[in-house]
Ligand binder design. Structure first.
Ligand code: LM2
Ligand code: CA
Length: 456
């Protein structure tokens, strides 16, 4: 035999939406590390307003690391245990704003607050009071000044241009780094001037990973490209281009030659099929789409553009509904058994996408294909597939009929096992001969093979 091919641990993340720290630690050890994910993205860890909705996480009351997802000690233990399992932790950093509450209150960890007063942290003058719109709310996304200095859904907007504000936010990020996190998702980055973001993250240690969330609005003045200097950027165009192809069955190659139009450069891009906001909004494909959702994730993981982040949340019918919680509000500990696409029925049930066999198989596929370029694809009916030059082939079929796709390939001749299906391999799915892979793709399925899945 030829032995095992080289594998380079792929840079793939998993967003664990509203999953408690103790559960993330268990998942890192049981599923995420073994599957080969290199990082997890957590929900925001800071003190927040009290409530049952998931979005209380996005209304900071203080920057103590105490939340319904767990305590500071539990957070620290999670980072340690994930690290031991080979998984970095990236924390969601809410630094554009504090709460959106007009009435005074007490936060999850006991801190008192008013809309523009957070004793010990921020007072009235630490906030933008934009004075441009009724109630200082953002009305016009065509106005850079409104988007960055007025309030996003009434959330008290920090004056991120002020040195004292930057220093306090920087101290929060430093605190998380002291617990071992590898980096941050910068929530609502579009709502902070790119210079403000650059100043806040610029003082962090070199190597700190920054993932800026800048929702691309093609006609808006603020563009994701402005934020590529301070970190990577979530590229919303990616899912917007991908999902419709699964809905229509009309697949086409992206621009393979160079940079994709309306996309940040590949080495700056974080790509996803959906996230916690888009599954409640614009996403064309979510867990509700079962097989098609898996297929879209397979194609994303097969691509050579950007760093993919797979999304793992919970089923819901009410967009505000939080995850299952104890009577004191603490989110219920939950780990994943075996699950697969389309299994979901009950509100609150976790999707556990990190355990789906097709996802796990594609992480190994991605490790084997490495940097091999994506070659021009082939379509036949409702099926589409492509090769990563000489390392692997992938195909999806969104139709109701089995399709045999012929993909030109530099893979060695022979029979290959499919790494997407959970079923045992009989070597009959993929045959390579004379520079062509004949891939039999069942209805609404994906099939993939790589150098290491050749039948000896
Ligand atoms: C984000 N990225 O830029 C987060 O990904 C997104 O999930 C956040 O919105 C948003 N920006 C602010 O961090 C979520 C949620 C909103 C929710 C806010 C604040 O989608 O629905 O707004 O968090 O918790 C809620 C209410 C809204 C109310 C606001 C303030 O839905 O009606 O506005 O609280 O009380 C008056
Ligand atoms: Ca702002």
């Amino acid at each position: 035999g030829q032995g095992e091919p080289e594998r380079a641990a792929p840079d793939v993340g998993i967003q664990l939406f509203q999953l408690p720290w103790v559960s993330i630690a268990d998942e890192c050890e049981q599923n995420i590390g073994p599957a080969g994910f290199s990082w997890v993205l957590t929900s925001p860890p800071q003190e927040h307003i009290v409530g049952d909705e998931w979005w209380v996480s996005y209304q900071p009351v203080s920057h103590q690391i105490e939340s319904r997802l767990g305590t500071r000690d539990e957070f620290a233990d999670m980072v340690q245990r994930c690290g031991d399992a080979g998984v970095d932790v990236i924390a969601d950093a809410v630094i554009n704003h504090m709460t959106g509450q007009d009435a005074p209150g007490v936060g999850w960890a006991g801190s008192s607050y008013e809309h523009y007063s957070y004793p010990g942290s921020f007072e009235f003058d630490d906030f933008h009071h934009c004075g441009l719109t009724p109630y200082d709310d953002i009305v016009d996304y065509g106005s850079r000044e409104q988007v960055q200095t007025c309030e996003l859904v009434n959330l008290a907007d920090l004056d991120t241009s002020a040195p004292a504000v930057r220093a306090r936010l920087g101290a929060y990020l430093d605190d998380l780094l002291s617990l071992g996190v590898a980096g941050f998702r910068i929530d609502a980055a579009k709502h902070m001037a790119a210079d403000d973001v650059a100043a806040i993250v610029g003082r962090l240690p070199e190597g700190t990973r920054i993932l800026n969330e800048v929702i691309r609005g093609p006609l808006e003045p603020i563009q994701p490209e402005e934020y590529t200097g301070s970190g990577e950027v979530f590229e919303f165009s990616y899912a917007r281009d991908l999902a419709p192809q699964f809905e229509s069955g009309l697949f086409s190659d992206p621009d393979l030659s160079d940079e994709r139009p309306m996309h940040v450069p590949a080495d700056r891009a974080i790509v996803f099929v959906d996230n916690h906001d888009t599954e409640r909004g614009e996403a064309g494909l979510t867990y509700r789409d079962g097989d098609l959702y898996l297929l879209a994730n397979v194609l994303m993981l097969a691509d050579d553009y950007g760093t993919p982040v797979v999304y793992s949340g919970y089923a819901f019918s009410d967009r505000d509904a939080g995850p299952p919680a104890e009577s004191d509000g603490t989110v219920t500990d939950s780990t994943c058994g075996a699950a697969s696409a389309g299994d979901l029925v009950t509100d609150g049930e976790r999707t556990c996408v990190q355990t789906w066999p097709g996802i796990v198989g594609m992480l190994d596929w991605r490790a084997v294909v490495g940097d091999a370029p994506r070659m021009p694809g082939v379509s036949a009916g409702d099926a589409y597939g492509f090769e990563r030059d000489g390392r692997g082939v992938v195909a999806v079929n969104v139709g109701d009929e089995e399709i045999v796709l012929e993909i030109p390939t530099a893979l060695p001749s022979g029979d290959y096992c499919d790494v997407v299906a959970a079923s045992a391999c009989d070597g009959a799915d993929i045959t390579v001969a004379d520079g062509v892979a004949s891939v039999t793709v069942p209805p609404r399925a994906a099939v993939a093979a790589h150098l290491g899945s050749r039948v000896p």
